[in-house]
Write a protein that binds this ligand. Sequence first.
Ligand SMILES: NC(=O)c1ccc[n+]([C@@H]2O[C@H](COP(=O)([O-])OP(=O)(O)OC[C@H]3O[C@@H](n4cnc5c(N)ncnc54)[C@H](OP(=O)(O)O)[C@@H]3O)[C@@H](O)[C@H]2O)c1
Length: 288
Amino acid sequence: MQHRRIGQQTVSAIGLGGMPMSIEGRPDRARSIAAVHASLDAGVRLIDTADSYHLKPGEVGHNEELIAEALASWGGDTSDVLVATKGGHLRPGDGSWTLDGSPEHLRAACDASLKRLGVEAIGLYQFHRPDPKVPYLESVGVLGELLDAGKIRMAGISNADPDQIRASQEELGGRLVSVQNQYSPAFRSSLPELRLCEGMGLAFLPWSPLGGIGKAGGLATHDAFATVATAHGVSPQQVTLAWMLATAPVVVPIPGASRPETARDSAAAADLRLTDDELATLDASVDG
Ligand SMILES: NC(=O)c1ccc[n+]([C@@H]2O[C@H](COP(=O)([O-])OP(=O)(O)OC[C@H]3O[C@@H](n4cnc5c(N)ncnc54)[C@H](OP(=O)(O)O)[C@@H]3O)[C@@H](O)[C@H]2O)c1
C-alpha cells in the first residue's frame, strides 16, 4: 500500500469515505462495519466522516459512532488509523443540508464528536463548509482554539476556495494541514485549489472522487478510463483513483463505500501504477 502524509501523520494513499453508510440509501449496520473492516484489512489508514453523516434529526453522529464501533471490533492495531471528522453542517431530516459555522456550534460539535469517537483528541478536525452568515475566519479561528486546547491534533478545511485556503493558513499560524474539496473526472473545477495545496504543502482530499453516491458506475462508460481498466484487468473506478494519485503527491482520495467489495477494490488503487502514456491519455480525455 502506497502511503502519503497529512501533516506529520503517514496515512494510506487511499482513504475511506463513510458517508454512503449513513445517509439516504444506507445499508444495515453489519454491512457497513464489514466495509470498514475490509478497508482496514486492505491497509487503509484514513477514514473520513462527519457529525452530519446521518439521516434522521435525532441521530447526529451516526457515522462517527459506526466508525468507532468498527475500529473497536476490527481486532487489529488501529493506533495508526487517522479518523478525520468535520463540523459545521446540519441535517434537519428533510434531506437537506444546512449550515452553522458559528464558534458556539463548532465548539459544541467538536466536544460531541470527541465523545462519539471515544478519543482524547480528534486526529483531523475539518470545518465542513463556509457559512455565509458567519465571517469565515471566525469559524476557522475555532480550529486554532481546538488545537491549542489539545482537543484536535490536526486542522483542515473543506469546500474552500484559494483565498479561503490562504487566509485559513494565516489565521492558524501555519497549522492548517488539509483541504477537502470535490474533485473527480467529471468535476475538475477545484484543480486550482489542488495545485495551490501542492504549492503550500497541504494534503488535498478529493471528495466524491468517483462522481458521488450512485454515480460511480458512470466511469465504466467513460471510454478512456474503461480502456485503461481493461488493459490492466481492473475496474475503471480503480483507474480513476490511481490517475488522481498521480496528479500530485499531496492528493489523498477518500472514496466512499458501503460494501466490502467496493471498499477493497478502491483500496487496491494505491498499488496500481499507470504508465506515462496512460496518464497522458486520461488527462487529455478529461481536459477535452
Ligand atoms: N466535505 C464534503 O463536503 C463532502 C461531500 C461529499 C462527500 N464527502 C466525503 O467524501 C467521501 C466520498 O464521496 P462520496 O461517497 O460522496 O462519493 P464517491 O466516493 O465518489 O462514490 C461513492 C460510491 O461509489 C461506489 N464505489 C466506491 N468504490 C467503488 C469501486 N471500487 N467500484 C465501484 N463502485 C465503487 C460506492 O458504492 P457502494 O455504496 O455500493 O459501496 C459508493 O456508493 C464521502 O464518503 C465523504 O466521506 C465530503
